[in-house]
Every structure is written in structure tokens, then in C-alpha cells.
Design a binder for this molecule. Structure first.
Ligand SMILES: Cc1cc2nc3c(=O)[nH]c(=O)nc-3n(C[C@H](O)[C@H](O)[C@H](O)COP(=O)(O)O)c2cc1C
Length: 439
């Protein structure tokens, strides 16, 4: 961002201390004309740039800035655009911020309208193509005035493998990112409002900028072809330039990815992957929870439209009875470890998603980051699949963090990547199945 970028001017406004804010004191933004005293309160700004790449880069860092408002702002909300309009007419720096003027120009067009139900259904359909742990699809969608709420569906939680629901919120984050990308295809810019409690829903507000101020995100084209590919990969390495494209495919505060891109690099963490795997497969409850989500035949998968269709794991069609018998009697920690070690012999590398914090907002952001990574990998013809065991078992996660020199940070997803043939696609419930009907 250049030094004369309007956003820099905006963030230069002075911030009142909380104490003084609480006392209801009047403040004057630095640079504002004399007499322009006002209550200052935080407001989230969002970019409305010409260039989608620019937007993607800035989206995660929507800034909290101190601005003039009629009333103190408690949270970023659907009224943000109107507030921005009000503010931008009052403060010269913002009035000058030409790129951002679009926000207020469009404020009149988003007046508390629900999205057309056909568009809403389409966005939900694309959003639900997101990955989710065990393909539980733990989400519900509600069409509200100027936005969509994505509710967590805790009836689809995985209490054994995901006791704290971190994977559930990562999955919701993936769905959020698909929604934002699909909305961009339909001409909308999105503002994501995160939940601030563990039961929170995520609201994605939409507004329509001028067509010439908007570029659709081209990752849209890969939403339906992305998949988690679980077969053995070839030995072909992924070029550094492509790794860089993957690394920069997202930019969310507090989320990063590291690549272990050769065997010497990732060999040191293989014992931790095996340790996590052993802990899981020695736990009967884990195996029960997993097999409950297995769909052993195509007709079973088609009927429930969720869960792990075993064809996607390279297993033949078999009935539930036989499938469960095999899983419980022939699949063991030892046989799984052997399979994983074999898979790791044919992996170009491992990507580990790291979060600075371990809370609902960070998990959601890890999901959004992972979704952009997965779509970008698909665009590049690179496959990926999870080896999450050391992230899911908390005792092993701590060791993993230490082995990677992370200490206070949290490795939340461990993904192998490389080149492979695609596998059969998993199923999804329809938009109808996941929409909350309101008047
Ligand atoms: C948070 C999260 C955790 C996941 N964990 C695993 C895992 O441990 N092992 C695995 O094989 N797949 C894992 N997956 C992949 C899902 O099983 C997969 O997304 C789902 O079956 C749907 O398939 P698709 O992504 O190919 O459409 C995970 C996905 C997410 C979003």
C-alpha cells in the first residue's frame, strides 16, 4: 500500500482512550477541521477496490479505526455502510478517500433488503460445497436483510474427534469463504461479522458496488471441482513458484501456513502423525464415531448426501454390516500407521495451517484460509488431503507445535499435497436441506 493511499490517511485518525470514551468525552480526529468535534468509536472499514486481488489482500485486515458516528458503534454490523456514508461526508480525509467512496454511494441500494431467493439458494449451494470434518456439513443458512447468517449446526458436531468444535468452525469458515467468493461472482462485496461466543453464528453482509468497481473472484470456477483427494500421490515435486502462489492465496490476520516440502523436512513430524493416529484408533469411541459417518455404498451416500463415502478412500462397495465388521476387526492403529507411512513416501510435501489464537474467530479464519488454499491448489492442478491426527489429539498438538518451534501458536490443520488422479466426489445435501425458513 503506498504512503498516500487513502487507507493510510484513515488509519491516521486519532484513537481516544477507552477511559475517555467511557466518560463520553468529545474528540476531534487528527486533521479534521476545527469544530468537528464528535464522539469517536471504532468502525470497520472495508475496501471497494477496482482490483479483486487487492481486495483479497486487504479483506482480512479491515481496520478498526476511530471515526465520527452519530452514536457509539458497538460492533461492525449491517449498518456499517450507512455509518461510513455519514462519516465520509463529515471527515475530509474520508471524503478524499476516493476508492472508498463507493461504499457510501451504494449504501442506498442495500436498504434492508433480503436477497432474491434464487440468488440466495445459489449462494447456499456453492457455500455447501465446502469441506467439513467427516463431511458432516454442520451448517444452516438464513436469508436476512442485506445478508446471510451461517449458523453452526451442533447436532452434526463430532464430540470425540472434535471435542472443542475447532474443526466445526474451520468447516464453517470454509463455507463462509465459498459464500464470499460466490457472492462476488453475483456482483456482491461481502462483510463478514464473526461470532464472539462459542455458539455464535457468522453473518455475511452483502452490498452491491458499481459494476466497474467490482471484479469477481476467479476462484469461483474451482468451487465445484475442489476435493480432498485421499489416494496415493505421484512423486512429482511442487515447484517453489506454485508453493508461493499457495502461500499467498489468503491473508487473514493471525493465520499462516508453513510448508515442509521435502522428506528430510517432514520426516521429523512423521512420528507425531503416527502417535496421533495410534491414539485415535486405540479409542473405540473414535472408531464408532468415524464409522457412523461412513457411507459404505453409493446408494447409502446418495440417500444421506453427507458422510464419508468409502469409494472416496479407494474402498470397494460393501454393505454396512460387512463394512463395520472390517473396520472393527481388520483396521487397527497398526494397519492405519502402515498405510499412512506408505502415503507419506509419495507426498510432495506437507502444509501446516497455524493460528496465533485458539478461539472461534481464529478457527473460522483458518477455515477461510484453507478454503482459498484448496481452491488455489485445484486451479494449479495440485491435490491435497488431511493428515490431521496430530492436530486433533491435543497432547500431540502441543508436541507438534514444539517440534515446529511454534510454542504459543496452534497448528490446526496438517495437509499433504502433490499430484494424483482425482477420486469420486463426495455428496452434499441440497440448499433446501440446509436453509432455515423464515417469513
Ligand atoms: C476441519 C476439517 C477436518 C478434516 N479432517 C479430515 C481428516 O482428519 N481426515 C480426512 O481424511 N479428511 C478430513 N477432512 C476432509 C473431509 O473429510 C472432507 O472435506 C469431506 O469428506 C468432504 O469431501 P470433499 O472435501 O472432498 O468434498 C477434514 C475437513 C475439514 C474441513
Amino acid at each position: 500500500m503506498s504512503s498516500n493511499d487513502p487507507l493510510n490517511q484513515i488509519t491516521a485518525l486519532s484513537r481516544p482512550s477507552r477511559e475517555n470514551q467511557a466518560r463520553g468525552k468529545q474528540y476531534k480526529p487528527r486533521g479534521a477541521p476545527t469544530g468537528a468535534k464528535s464522539n469517536l468509536a471504532p468502525i470497520f472499514l472495508f475496501p471497494t477496490t477496482q482490483n479483486r486481488q487487492d481486495t483479497a489482500a486487504m479483506r482480512p485486515s479491515w481496520r478498526t479505526v476511530e471515526c465520527e458516528t452519530r452514536q457509539p458503534v458497538r460492533t461492525a454490523s449491517h449498518t456499517t455502510v450507512e455509518r461510513f456514508y455519514y462519516i465520509s461526508t463529515k471527515i475530509p480525509e474520508l471524503r478524499l478517500a476516493g476508492r472508498y467512496q463507493q461504499a457510501y454511494k451504494t449504501s442506498n441500494t442495500i436498504k434492508r433488503q433480503k436477497m432474491d431467493s434464487n440468488v440466495f439458494n445459489l449462494l447456499v449451494e456453492y457455500s455447501t460445497q465446502a469441506p467439513s470434518g467427516h463431511n458432516t456439513q454442520p451448517w444452516k443458512f438464513e436469508n436476512i436483510q442485506d445478508g446471510i447468517i451461517i449458523h453452526p449446526d451442533f447436532t452434526r458436531a463430532l464430540p470425540i474427534v472434535d471435542a472443542d468444535n475447532h474443526a466445526l468452525f474451520i468447516s464453517l469458515g470454509c463455507a463462509v469463504e465459498n459464500l464470499v467468493i460466490a457472492a462476488s461472482k453475483k456482483g456482491y462485496e461481502s462483510i463478514v461479522n464473526y461470532p464472539d461466543d462459542p455458539n455464535g453464528a457468522i453473518t455475511v453482509n452483502h452490498y452491491k458496488p458499481d459494476a466497474n468497481n467490482h471484479t469477481a473472484d476467479d476462484l469461483f470456477d474451482f468451487i465445484k471441482t475442489r476435493q480432498v483427494t485421499r489416494n496415493k500421490y505421484t512423486n512429482r515435486r511442487v515447484e517453489d513458484t506454485e508453493l508461493e502462489t499457495l502461500r499467498t492465496s489468503f491473508n487473514f490476520e493471525g493465520v499462516s501456513v508453513i510448508f515442509l516440502n521435502n522428506k528430510e523436512n517432514f520426516e521429523k513430524i512423521i512420528p507425531l502423525i503416527i502417535q496421533g493416529n495410534n491414539l485415535q484408533f486405540q479409542n473405540k469411541q473414535f472408531v464408532n464415531e468415524l464409522t457412523n459417518w461412513f457411507r459404505y455404498t453409493k446408494s447409502e451416500a446418495e440417500k444421506t448426501k453427507d458422510g464419508l463415502w468409502t469409494a472416496g478412500m479407494g474402498l470397494p462397495n460393501m454393505g454396512r454390516l460387512i463394512g463395520n465388521l472390517i473396520m472393527k476387526n481388520f483396521v487397527s492403529a497398526k494397519s492405519e500407521s502402515k498405510r499412512i507411512e506408505d502415503i507419506l513416501q509419495h507426498t510432495a510435501g506437507i502444509a501446516i495451517f497455524i493460528s496465533e489464537k485458539n478461539d472461534v474467530i481464529s478457527w473460522t479464519n483458518v477455515g477461510r484460509a484453507f478454503q482459498r488454499f484448496g481452491l488455489t491448489a485445484t486451479k494449479l492442478g495440485i491435490c491435497h488431503a488431511h493428515l490431521n491426527m496430530p492436530c486433533e489429539e491435543i497432547s500431540v498438538r502441543k508436541k507438534l507445535a514444539k517440534a515446529l518451534g511454534l510454542y504459543q501458536k496452534h497448528p490446526l490443520l496438517l495437509i499433504r499435497y502433490g499430484y494424483a488422479e482425482k477420486m469420486p466426489y463426495s455428496f452434499r445435501r441440497t440448499a433446501e436441506d440446509v436453509i432455515i425458513k423464515t417469513k
